[in-house]
Each structure stands twice: as structure tokens, then as C-alpha cells.
Design a protein around this ligand. Structure first.
Ligand SMILES: [Fe+2]
Length: 190
């Protein structure tokens, strides 16, 4: 069992190392997306139970792997029923996110305007992502929310970032339809 777990993670990392060397950002994200979809759809990536435990107060963010040589990082996020994120960016990094278990709703936003430190966005629709689905965000198109809409079932997602994301910007909606920005420090739990 332990060997099987290690094998799944090892295969993920070997495939991601190849994918991240693929070339420009479009090729890299396409290749990372293919890798995640292949391993998540086949069930080859088994995650240790302690990596996928939900937390009551907010979604759980855990580091699975960080590449010393290529710089990318792989996170596992666990979303309890109803848990989600505010509207946020990805600190200018490309990112590919895939569903390991459960379902998540991903809502993309387009930045329309910035004035005096306030921002206006247009919602571009929501995709329900199921097990094996993966999607890429490439700056400047990097604004979204994620939510586990299920009232009963947790969801687990795997995120690959170009680097280590230690902070991002979240956007807080006001009554007038404009958002104000807040810097958010990000940390790993456990
Ligand atoms: Fe995100």
C-alpha cells in the first residue's frame, strides 16, 4: 500500500518534471494539464489520508512537493462542504488545478477596470469540474473563485504553480460593484 502511494506521487513528479521543461508557458501548462488529467482520471495518484483531511474553519492547503531545480510547487487542497475562496489572483504565476475527488465549481473573472485602487470584474461563467478535470490559469487571465458546492461531500484538488505562492491578492466586493484589494499571506496547514 505504501509502495503504491509513493509510486503514484513519484509518477506525478516525474511527469511534471518533464512537463515543466516543455518550453514556453503555453506548452508547459498544456503538458501539466495533460499530466494531471491522466493521473487523476486513472486514479494512479493516491494521496495519503493526512494530506486530504478537511478542516472545519476553512479549506486546507498542504504542500505535496516543491521542485528544487525547476521551482514549481504541487499543493493538495481539501474543501469541506460549502468551503471556497474569495475572488483572488495567482501572484502572476501560471497554475494548473485538477480535481482528485468530489466536484468543485470554478468561476472565472475578467478584470475590466482599475481606478484609484479599486477594481471592476466581469464574471465569465462557472464550470463544474469533476474528478479528472483540470484547468490552467495563465496571467493576466488569473482571476477566479473555487467552491465546493456540495452540502455533504468533501472535494480534493491538486494545484501546480510555477513557483511557491506565499501570498496572493484577494478582491473584496463593495456595494457599488467595485472590489478593493487585500494582500493575503498564504501558509500550509499541518
Ligand atoms: Fe486559485
Amino acid at each position: 500500500m505504501t509502495t503504491q502511494l509513493a509510486h503514484g506521487v513519484d509518477e506525478l513528479i516525474e511527469s511534471l518534471d518533464r512537463a515543466v521543461r516543455a518550453g514556453d508557458v503555453d506548452q508547459v501548462t498544456r503538458s501539466v494539464k495533460d499530466t494531471l488529467e491522466r493521473l487523476l482520471t486513472s486514479g494512479a495518484l493516491e494521496l495519503p489520508a493526512e494530506m486530504t483531511a478537511p478542516r472545519p474553519e476553512r479549506y486546507a492547503r498542504r504542500l505535496l512537493h516543491e521542485s528544487d531545480t525547476l521551482g514549481y510547487s504541487v499543493l493538495v487542497m481539501t474543501w469541506g462542504p460549502g468551503q471556497g475562496t474569495p475572488l483572488h489572483d495567482h501572484a502572476g504565476m501560471w497554475c494548473v488545478e485538477g480535481v482528485h475527488s468530489g466536484n468543485i465549481d470554478v468561476t472565472q473573472y475578467e478584470l475590466l477596470d482599475e481606478r484609484d485602487g479599486r477594481y471592476r470584474f466581469r464574471q465569465q461563467g462557472t464550470i463544474e469540474a469533476n474528478v479528472g478535470n483540470a484547468g490552467a490559469l495563465i496571467p493576466p487571465f488569473e482571476y477566479h473563485t473555487i467552491k465546493n458546492a456540495s452540502p455533504t461531500t468533501k472535494a480534493v484538488t491538486v494545484h501546480v504553480y510555477a513557483g511557491e505562492m506565499t501570498s496572493c491578492t484577494i478582491f473584496v466586493p463593495g456595494d457599488d460593484g467595485w472590489y478593493r484589494r487585500e494582500e493575503r499571506q498564504l501558509s500550509y496547514c499541518d
